[in-house]
Design a protein around this ligand. Structure first.
Ligand code: NCD
Length: 370
């Protein structure tokens, strides 16, 4: 990236960008869903399960905290966030990483007229990871480019870029789907509905792209016409093995779904003069709908929710969104370990523990059915 000017960089193909954002065939900056291939997703899934198992004991927790205590992370969140912010922060705490945050541009020198580029360079002077959420699409890419062209490059992790991408949410969503289908043959050959505001929902845009790594997926994209998934993602899906169906008849598809991923109207992205409704009753899931679902259907939502997901569903065993939220912490901890190339060390620690206590094969988080 160092040798490229910005205009060249943004005009590169996704493949070329990915090759510049990755190091040694794994993500270094984590900006795009397309950076994650199947082998990385498999490794991340296994490592996430191992971290969860290690953290069950006090000794294990102390070990995990000793993996990256020499690192510091900046949480730069220029849009509201509860889960993504907290799960990244607790992921850092799990690994011993110290965190600081800037969550309000009015308290940063940007109000004095400092450019975003200079703010980011300043963060890189003090921190080893920059985790950022920003309303502007492409700003995380710009951040990575700025740092690559400075004398101190640190990884940039995209925690939500405008209405474009939310790759780490997609990682935890894939993890949650795989966990949910562990006893149902894995994620392969599953029918998944993505419902709601697919036009501006960055979570579904990243998730749809990541699902292309799994065989036999049928993806039902269910939204009102005006909130249809944009063509860039549709084209990518059509080039993959995913079967894509676009439909505005959400309820009709419920009986065939193995997973239903609900989203809220992303009205914070309404441009002037365009005021969308706050909820979409025809793209909502109510308690009455539960009888139409399969016994194992996973109900997911990146949260926060509005009316599209009835709280009366919360205690149904098929509701996975609270687990999904917690999985964000484990998946993000695993991701940061992999970026810091500490994953082998943690896997060795776990293997040694297993050897010492002579766990039965059953008790181990083995590579599960994928
Ligand atoms: C999502 C987001 O910010 O894009 N939330 C999240 O990160 N968990 C979805 C949303 O806000 O609707």
């Amino acid at each position: 990236m160092k040798t490229h000017n910005w205009n060249d960089f943004i005009s590169f193909s996704t493949e070329k960008k990915v090759s510049l954002l990755n190091r040694n065939d794994r993500p270094y900056h984590c900006l795009l869903a397309q950076q994650f291939d199947r082998s990385f997703l498999d490794s991340l899934y296994h490592l996430t399960n191992v971290i969860r198992a290690i953290s069950k004991s006090k000794q294990g927790n102390l070990y995990l905290q000793s993996t990256l205590p020499h690192k510091k992370a900046m949480l730069y969140f220029m849009q509201p966030s509860t889960r993504t912010y907290l799960s990244f922060r607790t992921a850092c705490q799990i690994l011993g990483i110290q965190t600081s945050d800037v969550r309000d541009s009015s308290i940063s020198s940007e109000v004095k007229g400092e450019s975003n580029e200079d703010t980011l360079r300043t963060f890189s002077s003090y921190f080893d990871f920059i985790i950022m959420r920003h309303p502007e699409e492409g700003i995380a890419e710009r951040a990575a480019w700025v740092l690559e062209n400075s004398d101190r490059t640190v990884p940039v992790l995209n925690a939500g870029s405008g209405k474009d991408q939310h790759p780490t949410q997609a990682l935890l969503d894939i993890y949650t789907l795989r966990r949910s289908f562990e006893n149902f043959g894995g994620l392969k050959d599953k029918t998944i509905i993505l419902a709601g505001d697919l036009l501006r929902g960055r979570t579904v845009r990243s998730l749809a792209q990541m699902l292309t790594h799994f065989d036999g997926i049928k993806l039902i994209l269910s939204s009102p016409e005006k909130f249809k998934m944009r063509n860039d993602v549709i084209d990518l899906l059509k080039m993959s093995s995913v079967e894509v169906i676009e439909s505005d008849k959400f309820k009709e598809h419920l009986p065939e779904a193995d997973a239903i991923y609900m989203t809220r109207v992303q009205d914070e992205h309404d441009t002037e003069g365009f005021k969308s409704e706050r909820s979409l009753p025809d793209f909502s899931l109510t308690e009455a709908d539960l009888k139409n679902l399969k016994e194992h259907t996973a109900i997911m939502h990146p949260l926060p929710r509005r009316n599209e997901l009835d709280p009366a569903i919360d205690n149904d065993p098929r509701a996975k969104y609270w687990r999904q939220e917690r999985n964000g912490m484990w998946s993000r901890a695993a991701l940061m370990l992999m970026i810091a190339n500490k994953d082998s060390e943690v896997l060795n620690y776990w293997n040694e523990i297993c050897r010492q206590v002579n766990h039965t094969a059953k008790a181990l988080p083995r590579k599960r059915q994928l």
